[in-house]
Design a binder for this molecule. Sequence first.
Ligand code: ATP
Ligand code: MG
Length: 395
Amino acid sequence: MDITTLSFLHHIFKEVQQKQDWKAALDTLFVSLRGTFVFDNVVIYLEDPRTKSLEIAYARAMGRGKAAEADAAWGERVAADVLSAKKMVIKEPKKGTPIRDRMADPYLLGMPLYIASKLSGALVFIRFGGPEYSDLHVEIASLQSFWSAALIERRDLQEARTELDSVQRQMRLQDDFVSTISHELRTPLGFIKGYSTSLLRQDTEWDDATQREFLNIIDEEADRLTRLIEDMLESARLQSKTLQFKFAPIRIDALIRDVATRVNTHHPELKIEFNLESLPPVLGDSVRISQVFENLFSNAIKYAPSSKLTIGTKSLGKRVRISFADEGEGIPEDFLPFLFERFYRVPGERTVTGTGLGLYICKQIVMAHHGKIWVESVLDEGTTFFIELPADPTL
Ligand code: ATP
Ligand code: MG
């Protein structure tokens, strides 16, 4: 081998290796060797280990303006032959046959793909109207098949890694949850126990006002405990998809005002500004949708205290958009992707109680309505939650 070829290969190796995305890496691999090895289409077929059917993992058309996917059907037969013969397959029109339609007589070259030492698919090249594949071409194709297999193996490893990360995060969240939940359950129980024990003491007389005060605390803490347990059950039901929804046409603007009034009776300090456009009715479960709004209100009260909350609605034809914008501290960008995960709470100093279930429940409810929920936040400016729901399709 001469030095020029070697440094050429070295250059390609570096280019391919630098690509993060496996498809981009394959593009580089095939395009960069095209000076020596010309073809029209290239397709990678992988065998589904369960169904044994061939799936197209990658396809690219280089010439003749044909869509790679459309040509993939030709390659599939060759790929199947490669898998059954367990070796390279070449299919070319018979020598000396008069050229009819170039498209009707493709020159096909199929190479086996060994992924993690297992024959898992085939790399197929297609040339319309020849020329035939020379020994050099076969060598290059073989090099490309080894390389493609390595890139696909890298993709599989990356995917497995991402999944593992997500499972590990989930496990960490579960661990945190156990400590959060025991704390969250113990606090109200501690109050209830403490104040009822005080009231029951034989050696002390409590005046009426004090008795009422103690009983009020017991009452409120019992409510808090009930809410917490309901949230836990609800999130379990939502996760197992056993929660029943009762759909009926609802007027979102009226619903928001109802919930806001209720919230304001308990939290008169919260300033709510409305920016409501009239909306078409939405087919939804009003109890569940109210619950979504309640959590957004409760979050604004907890995480953006003394900020004004602006609620907007907007009609987008077949969809409606609702926004809850506060002017609190905001949430660092790194944490935003996890906000709607079960048990997730933004890490940091914790003075505010919560279990990290609220937004998870919101998301599940919104998704059951075929809608979406997302968040935008700017540090020191505020956080806005958006919800989009489809308008009632029957109206
Ligand atoms: P729960 O709602 O179950 O009582 P929670 O309020 O902690 O507990 P979520 O409602 O799911 O849980 O919110 C998740 C996290 O998102 C919160 O812990 C908080 O850190 C952050 N967060 C939510 N809303 C806001 C907001 N408006 N401003 C700043 N941070 C917010
Ligand atoms: Mg919450």
